[in-house]
Design a protein around this ligand. Structure first.
Ligand SMILES: [Ca+2]
Ligand SMILES: [Ca+2]
Ligand SMILES: [Ca+2]
Length: 203
């Protein structure tokens, strides 16, 4: 559940599973351009996957990009009704652009955890790493398999072949390069900045 409560000039909101100790605050002036853009793109107030793609400017046929966008879409659809409403959208934009590290890590854990069982297995990790590697061809010189091995080596404390949320959070904080992969920073942030934030002058 996402709730937005107006308090004076500010909007405070919290977002379901990734709620932090303190409520986040978003300036009203940030919300307005987002809302205008959102309603222009989808007057129905509910954003479907194909509209989400359009907003991101994805016209290409790249399977990796399509898959990544779909994964992001699902992670933002917190009530899982296959559409992103404006509240979910604001929460998503805020999380990606301004969220605290801890909240962003919890969110990326959800992105990785495809079957949503609260643990990551090798296949799930490899799936996301593969997409990241393909999108960032020039910057990563290890194979997805190698990266996956390295992640499990560092994160799977109890060696049960699964990464729990606490292993994920702890492990990420110990290794900067793994952290970069895990928090999906370069990707999600880059996408938002390039394809959305710039258009609305929200940065
Ligand atoms: Ca939804
Ligand atoms: Ca899982
Ligand atoms: Ca484990």
């Amino acid at each position: 559940m996402i709730s937005i409560v107006s308090c004076g000039q500010r909007l405070c909101f919290s977002m379901g599973q990734i709620q932090s100790d303190e409520d986040k605050e978003v300036e009203l002036s940030d919300i307005q351009p987002l809302y205008t853009k959102f309603m222009r793109e989808c007057p129905s107030g509910a954003l479907h996957l194909h509209e989400f793609r359009k907003i991101f400017g994805i016209q290409s046929t790249s399977e990796d990009e399509a898959l990544y966008i779909e994964t992001l879409f699902k992670s933002f659809d917190t009530n899982r009704d296959d559409v992103i409403d404006f509240m979910e959208f604001v929460a998503a934009v805020h999380l990606v652009l301004r969220g605290k590290l801890e909240d962003r890590l919890k969110w990326s854990f959800k992105v990785y955890d495809k079957d949503d069982n609260g643990k990551l297995d090798r296949q799930e990790v490899k799936r996301v790493i593969k997409i990241i590697c393909q999108l960032q061809r020039n910057h990563i010189n290890m194979t997805p398999g190698d990266i996956c091995d390295r992640i499990f080596e560092h994160l799977d404390e109890n060696k049960d072949g699964q990464i729990s949320l606490s292993e994920f959070m702890e492990g990420a904080k110990k290794d900067a390069s793994i952290m970069d992969l895990l928090k999906l920073d370069t990707n999600a942030r880059g996408w938002f900045r390039k394809n959305w934030a710039k258009k609305t002058e929200f940065s």
